[in-house]
Design a protein around this ligand. Structure first.
Ligand code: C2E
Ligand code: MG
Ligand code: MG
Ligand code: MG
Length: 290
């Protein structure tokens, strides 16, 4: 895979459709332009509470609208931006924009008052000195309550390094939620998990995908749910595409679900239509989707 070949400029990247999107050197140069000329946007994927299907939150997912190549997937450019450090600027933009949008929705729609907005943060961004201060500043400026923000980090990015740990503690100190994304894919030890100040485990899509057919996958899904309950973390299963998967995931004790069965990621206007149609939350904000 191209992304494992380091800084070689001879590697040609292809997008999800297999179309040629150019060399890494091209991408790095174009990413710099993209940051300057505002070529990024966010789409929002609903997260629902499984026991009553209430819309409790969204995850913000970045899109790069390239002037000639069209939409470039984050899977293509985030790993490169992490290597070059461009992720710090891109991630800062995504955080500001997601919080601004969430605060607007809360003002406009009663159904959105207790929403949780998930924002993906790369390891390198989390470890940038002052990251928690940046988050505090964004919350202040946008007037988004800290409890409405969930920072999503991957296990591999954070588990056993001191700087990440400090940053996570600082974030928890602000009152934001912290989710371990793609959970189950890395070989992290239970001991590390015990010291990790997270609030939420997000089961990786790969375990949901084959949950109905492969026994081992459902064993992981079961173990992660039990771990979440034992450690009093909230649990989200991502990538739910079928009713059968939803039923199984719910029977395993997952509180929240995300996936194409409920909705694809949506541009802000379409997401606003969902908030407009959703009932005012009947339950206290403590239970809002994480
Ligand atoms: P993720 O954080 O695990 O996000 C979930 C991904 O699964 C999204 O892909 C979403 O569109 C996709 N997905 C959701 N439900 C389903 C489903 O039912 N079936 C299938 N097949 N896929 C589903 P997306 O938007 O392409 O994002 C890919 C990854 O890029 C994200 O994975 C995240 O790691 C990264 N990413 C996206 N936005 C940002 C960002 O603002 N900052 C950083 N650092 N990373 C981001
Ligand atoms: Mg995520
Ligand atoms: Mg995920
Ligand atoms: Mg994932």
């Amino acid at each position: 895979e191209a992304k494992h070949r380091g800084k070689s400029t001879s590697v040609v990247y292809t997008d999800a459709m297999g179309a040629r999107i150019g060399s890494e050197a091209d991408l790095i140069r174009e990413l710099a332009q993209a940051i300057e000329s505002d070529q990024f946007s966010l789409v929002y994927q609903p997260i629902v509470r499984l026991d009553d299907m209430a819309l409790t939150g969204v995850e913000a997912l970045i899109r790069w609208n390239h002037p000639s190549r069209g939409l470039v997937s984050p899977i293509e450019f985030i790993p490169i931006a992490e290597r070059t450090g461009q992720i710090v600027a891109i991630g800062a933009w995504a955080l500001r924009e997601a919080c601004r949008q969430a605060a607007d929705w809360r003002r406009e729609f009663p159904s959105a008052l207790n929403l949780t907005i998930g924002v993906n943060v790369a390891g390198r961004q989390l470890r940038t000195p002052g990251f928690a201060d940046e988050v505090r500043g964004v919350l202040e400026r946008t007037q988004l309550p800290a409890a409405c923000l969930s920072i999503e980090v991957t296990e591999t990015a954070v588990l056993d390094d001191e700087e990440s740990h400090e940053a996570m503690l600082a974030l928890r100190g602000l009152g934001v939620k912290l989710a371990l994304d793609d959970f189950g894919t890395a070989a992290s030890s239970l001991g590390l998990l015990l010291t990790c100040p997270v609030t939420t485990l997000k089961l990786d899509r790969s375990f949901v995908e084959s949950i109905t057919t492969v026994g081992r996958q459902s064993a992981v899904a079961t173990a992660v749910s039990q771990m979440a309950h034992a450690l009093e973390f909230s649990s989200v299963a991502e990538g739910i595409e079928t009713d059968e998967q939803r039923e199984l995931i719910q029977s395993l004790g997952y509180e929240y679900g995300q996936g194409y069965l409920f909705s694809r990621p949506l541009p802000p206007e379409l997401m606003a239509d969902l908030w407009a149609a959703a009932p005012r939350p009947a339950r206290a904000s403590a239970a809002a989707g994480r």
